[in-house]
Design a protein around this ligand. Structure first.
Ligand SMILES: Nc1nc2c(ncn2[C@@H]2O[C@H](COP(=O)(O)OP(=O)(O)OP(=O)(O)O)[C@@H](O)[C@H]2O)c(=O)[nH]1
Ligand SMILES: [Mg+2]
Ligand SMILES: [Zn+2]
Length: 311
């Protein structure tokens, strides 16, 4: 029998038992399963194949495919699958841009969550922007918006205020997503799915009010899935994350993933410096002078401590 030629495509959706793949930017979807224990060498993950992965598959007689190979990743976003577990979960692979969707209220996104996500993006070289959603709700309270923007702008990050209600900066966001594969991530209820529906009104993703009682999202999105935008580009909708545990960060490397610390740490008297107790530490001096925000430094210390616990 003639040997089948395998086809290369990208994973656009992962459900429990199967994967949907398409040769992006083409949109012709094939359902696939995996043969045996296929996984890339290296980190052990709960999901050996992630959305955004390039794979090869063989077509079966019934039209479905069998994934036979995963191509090496250019980048990925990875986290501990639960806070207690040592196992890793890959949120998405081979992405051009990560957007962390955050809200100041209803629900409130913890700074520790934002900073862990940003550190992971730096460590795996994923360009990242912060999207402050539900800006319509904060118009009465411009100080909190300004101090949030100042906090992250001074660390070196873009913060884009958007609203699915007023339409603020939606056109700008469409432009940012053009010709790219863009990941939307964040805690439950910040409006990831609503935002995608707003970027392209032909999409009709499931969304839900946040709980009035807990003031938290209801974990409405349950799958990782790529959607095409009619204005160009693709976005990945993801389930809300509860906690973002760091994976494989060496304590002495951690400060390299804080852009504002990276700028000054060559001036520390000791190398490596953990920027905690060492005399002549340039990072601590920058915190004292206000050049580096105390909030970010506190996040840094929290991550150092957490990493230490599991060693
Ligand atoms: N006021 C206001 N509400 C918004 C905005 N964007 C989203 N929402 C509301 O926020 C709630 C949660 O939205 P979802 O899109 O389901 O949130 P999600 O981030 O996808 O949540 P999960 O799928 O659970 O992770 C819904 O009631 C939306 O209508 C906004 O810009 N302004
Ligand atoms: Mg959702
Ligand atoms: Zn130092």
């Amino acid at each position: 029998m003639e040997k089948q030629k395998s086809t290369r495509a990208r994973v656009i959706k992962h459900t429990g038992s199967h994967y949907l793949v398409s040769n992006l930017p083409e949109w012709s979807v094939t359902q696939c399963t995996v043969r045996g224990k296929l996984r890339l060498k290296g980190v052990r993950t709960t999901n050996p194949i992630a959305v955004g992965d390039f794979v090869d598959y063989d077509i079966q007689e019934d039209g479905s495919g069998i994934i036979t190979r995963i191509h090496p990743r250019t980048n990925y976003i990875i986290r501990k699958s639960t806070n207690l577990s040592r196992e890793a979960h890959i949120i998405a692979a081979n992405i051009d841009l990560a957007l962390i969707i955050v809200t100041l209220d209803l629900p409130q996104t913890p700074l520790a969550f934002i900073d862990r996500f940003l550190v992971t993006c730096e460590a795996y070289r994923v360009p990242v922007k912060i999207i402050l959603n539900k800006s319509d709700l904060y118009k009465e309270n411009p100080e909190s918006v300004n101090s949030f923007k100042e906090l992250y702008n001074s660390a070196g990050y873009d913060v884009i205020e958007v609203s699915c209600v007023s339409g603020e900066n939606i056109e700008r966001l469409k432009y940012e997503c053009k010709d790219k594969l863009t990941l939307l991530s964040g805690i439950s209820g910040v409006g990831k799915s609503t935002l995608i529906n707003t970027l392209d009104s032909t999409l009709n993703l499931r969304t839900k009010e946040i709980s009035e009682y807990h003031l938290q999202g209801k974990h409405t999105t349950t799958y990782y899935e790529i959607h095409p935008l009619k204005t160009g580009g693709f976005v990945i909708d993801t389930p809300g994350i509860r906690g973002f545990g760091l994976i494989e960060m060496k304590p002495e490397e951690l400060s390299h993933y804080f852009p504002e610390m990276l700028k000054v740490l060559d001036n520390c008297r000791f190398a490596p410096c953990t920027h905690t107790h060492e005399p002549g530490c340039a990072v601590k001096m920058a915190v004292d002078s206000g050049e580096i925000s105390a909030d970010r430094y506190i996040s840094y210390l929290g991550m150092l401590e957490e990493e230490g616990k599991y060693r």
